[in-house]
Write a protein that binds this ligand. Structure first.
Ligand code: GLU
Length: 428
């Protein structure tokens, strides 16, 4: 018997509230207005070029067959093949994936890497599936989107609740179909099947580089400055490690279960050991428990939202006390909150710059796959640093020129590049 997944996990419906896609369009519109962007180009850039929805059955270990839904949104490929992750989450909607694909277009343009923007997702709670069920779901989903992906078409990567193992299944499924071994069809793969050194830690490393660059431009001394990190997953944990190396003191961290605060600081190794043992940062010995909401409003110099979307809103933005916010997550700040933070002179390094270390290292992985020649960790890190320092400098310059917040500056810079490519290709 075929059962639909909505019976098991429910599909969220939003009535009358702003979706992520509305938020992405609003951010775009702010920059487009300042640029006085041609209305025809605006029309094209507001919507993804192609969105594929797939509905596919997956056999569960107990014999039941469940129907799942997934998406791949391809926003724009003027600068190169579509690029962006695939997420597994019960709240994935077509709207969210559309927004995330648009953000990838800007992110790749800001980073100066030759890719456009794409994103995919499956509406599923991966924690409720066994490893074999996850494998069957991953292989079937990827085979269903295979006609629109490829090393020179669209190159997926990990995102929320997908990882190197998921990428290995994707790549293997694609290789069966194409009778080739096309490592470059996905990035974020394990090392043994064409992954790159440094890819795992890249998003967190990039966040740390953007904090350092922001501090340099703001003439802020990182030594002994304090920092709070919301979300201790792949991005937040590595950001902790690298930011600690700059001399800053991480005083609060959190995950989905809650947070831990200690005035004298939390060392990366200590938090890592505890999280490995207990599965959470909550109740780390010698710390005070804080909620995820409280963590955002703490009296720290630097705040890293590296968990979910839409956590800094019109309601709490005025309570943010950090001077510098670097967005590890995609879309953590609502447009209304951006206005409040800008008025309060809080510098926000936007997601499309701050977390671009992940996709930039994906680019380095793709290049290594295509040339069949692999670099040392030092080489990869050095190249990543160059990409991020340049991207930061360009965004900073645009921001100063237009006297806007850094998100709008990054958008103006990115939209300008994508528009130039569209024009020269003869699209407009
Ligand atoms: N999912 C990551 C992002 O949102 C990485 C994408 C990629 O490497 O293609 O930037």
């Amino acid at each position: 018997m075929l059962e639909t997944i909505s019976k098991h996990e429910g599909t969220p419906v939003s009535v009358g509230i702003k979706t992520q896609y509305d938020m992405a369009v609003e951010q775009f519109q702010r920059a487009a207005d300042i640029m006085k962007l041609d209305p025809n180009i605006q029309e094209i850039l507001r919507k993804p070029r192609r969105i594929l929805t797939v509905n596919f059955p997956v056999r569960m270990d107990d014999g039941r067959i469940l129907l799942y839904q997934g998406f791949r949104s391809q926003h724009n490929n003027a600068l190169g093949p579509y690029k962006g992750g695939i997420r597994y989450h019960p709240n994935v909607t077509i709207d969210e994936v559309m927004a995330l694909s648009m953000w990838m277009t800007w992110k790749c343009a800001v980073a100066g890497i030759p890719f456009g923007g794409g994103k995919g997702g499956v509406t599923v709670n991966p924690k409720s599936l066994s490893k074999t069920e996850l494998e069957r779901l991953s292989r079937t989903f990827f085979s269903m989107i295979s006609e629109i992906v490829g090393p020179f078409r669209d190159i997926p990567a990990p995102d929320v609740y997908t990882d190197g193992q998921t990428m290995a299944w994707f790549m293997d499924e694609y290789s069966k179909r194409e009778h080739l071994n096309p490592f470059a069809v996905v990035t974020g793969k394990p090392l043994i099947v064409g992954g790159s050194l440094g890819r795992d830690s890249a998003t967190g490393r990039g966040v740390s580089i953007s904090v350092e660059e922001a501090a340099r431009h703001l003439k802020m001394n990182l030594k002994n400055s304090t920092c709070a990190i919301q979300g201790w997953g792949n991005c937040g944990s590595w950001a902790h490690k690298f930011i600690e190396e700059t001399g800053a003191k991480i005083v609060a961290v959190s995950d989905s279960k809650g947070g831990a605060y200690r005035q004298s600081g939390l060392k990366y190794n200590e938090v890592n050991d505890f999280k490995q043992k207990t599965g959470s940062v909550l109740n780390l010995p010698g710390t005070q428990a804080v909620t995820n909401e409280e963590l955002l409003e703490m009296d720290v110099d630097i705040l890293i939202p590296a968990a979910l979307e839409d956590v800094i809103t019109a309601d709490n933005a005025k309570k943010i006390r950090a001077k510098l916010v670097a967005e590890g997550a995609n879309g953590p700040t609502a447009p209304e909150a951006d206005d409040i933070l800008f008025r309060n002179k809080v510098t926000v390094v936007p997601d499309i710059l701050a977390n671009s270390g992940g996709v930039s290292t994906s680019y380095l992985e793709w290049v290594q796959n295509l040339q069949h020649l692999y670099w040392s960790a030092e080489e990869v890190d050095h190249r990543l640093k160059t990409i991020m320092v340049n991207a930061f400098a360009e965004v900073w310059k645009t921001t100063q020129k237009h006297n806007v917040d850094m998100r709008t500056g990054a958008y103006i810079y990115a939209i300008g590049k994508v528009t130039d490519a569209m024009k020269i290709r003869g699209w407009v």
